[in-house]
Design a protein around this ligand. Structure first.
Ligand code: NAG
Ligand code: NAG
Ligand code: NAG
Ligand code: NAG
Ligand code: NAG
Ligand code: NAG
Ligand code: NAG
Ligand code: NAG
Ligand code: NAG
Ligand code: CU
Length: 581
């Protein structure tokens, strides 16, 4: 359940009352935070071009494996000209080069990329964290980190397991740590990935501090014939997140838990008042009257986005998460959960006006929370040039993109129930969230056979939508059905934690939700509607060929699946996943 948001009127009264007492520094309230965000004029910064690092090297015209060293650094970052510099953690090749988001790693299909991830972070975190949730706690201080390549098909040792954390100079390491250099194989089809921190119990604060960055696998053989907008001007990333700021520029996180006697710091969801795209608050981009490709990554902790474009423009969606769609989908709205990726084309040539705002209308928490206001209802602005483009584009987006094996339950070797629970204190505030009634460190219960397909029925008994992320595997929803008499069913499940004993088939009989056509591909994050059973087909196979992974998937520390609302995965909507042969 989302953080309870007071009405602004109440806040003003509250502030006045507190301010009427002994005069100390004015307290930080939702209203004062909102004031800071509202004081930042929109569309003054140009959308930054995220710097690029090549994950391969060219030798005599042939692509060779690439080697990169990428560090994590504490530095100052300007999110807006009117905001004082902010202390952040950022990825880059040096403290000077480090950016928010971190550099785009450009990889080539079939050519491996070795990355040595180095932690140069200080002894103390810039945010407070909560020692009462299962957390990496290093003996000698420092900030535990570990990098997960989201959407990557690679061995367990380099998956960025939360237990494989390390501090500065590898002084302390977690029980799952094995190596400093991660060699990403890049054997999967072309697509959009991203890298981010995944340290045990610290994912929400490490990402909030800035540890995120895009990764792309390109495949000229399959992608060049599509003739999509390309080159750094016309093919861009939009990495979107929300942040709140103090007047002095520091990032604000509420570090008073919603149940402070149980968890002194943890809150169920982080929502910020300012929308940040590629490291700038509400930027603008000047575009020509032609097509552009945007790879939109939602890197928020908890905010869903329901994107639309003003002035009649539409999205043509090419891909979802790391997979292309079979055919492009024209759509006015895209609902993106945390960690989801939408790969879209926007054609500005048809615009009747000289600007279009990328807007957001998703309530928070999604779907039943607070409505957006004029701050978070806006994301960025496109300023559309008049006249013909200097660089013309391909007039057509091809009607067929990439064909992966179709989704089917035929041949599925196993069915599982995956149940999402939220637990509340006596005051009705969430204390923690579990999957199947189990915490992260309880012994593994999902042990699929590599090379097989399974059917998972995900039962969401919480009041919120959760973006479920599975490492290594890909999956897609085939049926989303409401649970009738939800209270009776939830009571039985809470007592027994057994879907069959609680007669789930009698309850999963309500209305069906339509699955949007732009999500009909092999995804790595699927949204789970509250009060519904979502049936997904999960494939533990190479997505394009339906063949087993060509590496050892069975090694420790294994894989994971979890909710991608970062505040949920930290406490502890996350479970291990172990593959066997
Ligand atoms: C890059 O790394 C790979 C794998 O670690 C190694 O085999 C190769 O020699 C390295 N290449 C260069 C140019 O350093
Ligand atoms: C910014 O202001 C907040 C609230 O007054 C304070 O807690 C924080 O320490 C300040 N940060 C810096 C870097 O001064
Ligand atoms: C921070 O969280 C506490 C506990 O949930 C709440 O009482 C307080 O209003 C929150 N502060 C802000 C500024 O949202
Ligand atoms: C997204 O917003 C549009 C209006 O802009 C609305 O019609 C649509 O129902 C919303 N979608 C979701 C899933 O909330
Ligand atoms: C963005 O990602 C966050 C966290 O993973 C999620 O909570 C949020 O709903 C997502 N928003 C969009 C627009 O996808
Ligand atoms: C865009 O059009 C509006 C109204 O038609 C006009 O006021 C504005 O100056 C134009 N802006 C640009 C950059 O041409
Ligand atoms: C489950 O359904 C069966 C058949 O409708 C019924 O006999 C049984 O009592 C139900 N059990 C529970 C726990 O509801
Ligand atoms: C749900 O509730 C209705 C109305 O009380 C009842 O007729 C129906 O049998 C219930 N269904 C289940 C599965 O309990
Ligand atoms: C795969 O890894 C496991 C665990 O480390 C090991 O026991 C096994 O021998 C490996 N298998 C192969 C074929 O290398
Ligand atoms: Cu969740």
């Amino acid at each position: 359940m989302g953080a309870f948001r007071l009405l602004p009127v109440l806040l003003v009264l509250l502030t006045m009352r507190i301010c009427g007492g002994a005069a100390t520094s004015s307290p930080v309230t939702e209203a004062t935070l909102r004031e800071v965000a509202a004081s930042l004029q929109m569309y003054v910064d140009k959308l930054p071009q995220i710097p690029k690092l090549f994950g391969y090297s060219m030798q005599n015209g042939l692509a060779e494996p690439g080697n990169l060293t990428i560090g994590m650094f504490e530095k100052k970052w300007k999110f807006h000209p009117d905001l004082p510099p902010t202390t952040v953690f950022a990825y880059g090749t040096s403290a000077k080069e480090a950016t928010i988001p971190g550099p785009v790693i450009e990889a080539l299909r079939g050519v491996s990329t070795s990355v040595t991830w180095e932690n140069h972070l200080p002894q103390k975190h810039i945010f407070s964290w909560d020692p009462t949730i299962t957390t990496a706690i290093p003996k000698s201080g420092g900030v535990p980190t570990v990098v997960h390549l989201h959407g990557g098909v690679h061995p367990p040792q380099i998956d960025g397991n939360p237990l494989a954390w390390f501090t500065s100079s590898f002084r302390d390491t977690g029980s799952g740590w094995t190596q400093a250099t991660y060699t990403y194989l890049n054997i999967q089809p072309a697509g959009d990935l991203w890298y981010h921190d995944h340290a045990l119990g610290l994912t929400r604060v490490n990402l909030l501090a800035g540890l995120i960055g895009p990764y792309v696998i390109s495949d000229p053989k399959s992608e060049d014939p599509l003739n999509l907008p390309s080159g750094s001007e016309f093919d861009r990333h939009l990495m979107i997140m929300d942040r709140s700021f103090f007047k002095n520029g520091s990032i604000y996180i509420n570090s008073t838990g919603d149940n402070p006697s149980i968890h002194p710091q943890w809150q169920p969801e982080y929502f910020g008042d300012a929308i940040i795209v590629n490291g700038k608050a509400w930027p603008y981009l000047k575009v020509q009257r032609r097509k552009y490709r945007f790879r939109i990554i939602n890197a928020s902790n908890a905010r869903y986005f329901n994107f639309s474009l003003s002035n009649g423009l539409v999205f043509v969606q090419l891909g979802s998460d790391s997979s292309y769609l079979n055919s492009p989908v024209r759509t006015h709205n895209i609902l993106l959960a945390p960690a989801e990726i939408a790969d879209v084309v926007i054609d500005f040539s048809s615009s009747k006006t000289n600007e279009s705002v990328l807007a957001n209308s998703a309530p928070y928490p999604y779907p039943t929370g607070t409505a957006v206001d004029q701050l978070i209802g806006n994301v960025m602005k496109f300023i559309i040039a008049s006249g013909n483009p200097s660089c013309p584009d391909n007039p057509k987006i091809p009607s067929r993109l990439v064909n992966y094996p179709a989704v089917t339950t035929k041949g599925a070797v196993k069915a599982r129930y995956i149940v999402l629970y939220e637990y509340d204190s006596a005051t009705g505030n969430p204390t923690h969230l579990f999957i199947n009634g189990k915490s992260f460190l309880e012994p593994v219960t999902e042990i699929p056979r590599s090379g097989t397909t399974e059917v998972w029925k995900v039962i969401n008994l919480t009041p919120d939508n959760h973006p479920l992320h599975i490492h290594l595997a890909t999956f897609q929803a085939i049926k989303v059905q409401e649970l009738v008499n939800l209270t009776t069913f939830t009571d039985c499940m809470t007592a027994k934690n057994d879907a069959i004993a609680c007669n789930v088939t009698a309850y999963a009989t309500g209305q069906l939700l339509k699955i949007p056509s732009y999500e009909k591909t092999w995804k790595n994050v699927v949204k789970m509607e509250p009060g519904y059973q979502t049936t997904v087909v999960v494939t533990f196979n190479m997505v394009d060929t339906n063949t087993p992974y060509p590496f050892n998937v069975t090694a420790a520390p294994g894989y994971l699946y979890h909710c991608h609302i970062l505040d949920h995965e930290d406490n502890e909507m996350m479970r291990p996943l172990k593959l066997v042969l």
